[in-house]
Design a protein around this ligand. Structure first.
Ligand SMILES: [Zn+2]
Length: 158
């Protein structure tokens, strides 16, 4: 099972638990700023985890993969830069060979961008953070308003 991550709000520094799945995008409980959305997925939860209203970046990695340890922190920082515009789903390929096969994973690190569950683009191999950012910015969702449009969306909130 994928489990909630605790992330720090980039706006007010409140610590929030971010659910692997959510309607819309996760927002800070205090200030409603969009939060970085990173899910540690596995074979049993993957298909649900890649469902989102924003584009999804799948980070195929493995614990023994040296270059993956360079790419993953960059990807996690970009999840913050692109908060509200991108969901990051991390998958250890050793635990999910069937999914790795479905995506034809030949080597890692591999980053695959999905929109509505369909692959849009992919990048194989370690890449520096500025290159990843330049790749992802145009593919991510549109910039989100600082706070949700109050009355219209309030019905969807708990
Ligand atoms: Zn906040």
């Amino acid at each position: 099972m994928s489990s909630p991550r605790t992330v720090t709000c980039p706006n007010c520094a409140t610590k929030n638990r971010v659910a692997p799945r959510a309607e819309g995008i996760p927002r800070c409980a205090v200030c409603h700023h969009a939060l970085p959305w990173i899910v540690d997925s596995d074979a049993s939860s993957f298909d649900g985890d890649v469902q989102a209203s924003v584009p999804v970046l799948v980070d195929f990695w493995a614990p023994w993969c040296g270059p993956c340890r360079m790419v993953s922190p960059a990807v996690e920082r970009l999840a913050g830069v692109l908060a509200g515009r991108l969901k990051v789903v991390k998958l250890d390929v050793d635990t999910a060979p069937d999914i790795a096969g479905r995506f034809n994973v030949q080597g890692i690190p591999l980053l695959v961008l999905l929109r509505d569950g369909q692959e849009v683009d992919r990048r194989v191999g370690a890449q520096p953070e500025p290159a990843l950012r330049a790749w992802l910015e145009p593919l991510a969702g549109p910039p989100v308003p600082e706070t949700p449009e109050a009355p219209a969306s309030s019905a969807a909130q708990a």
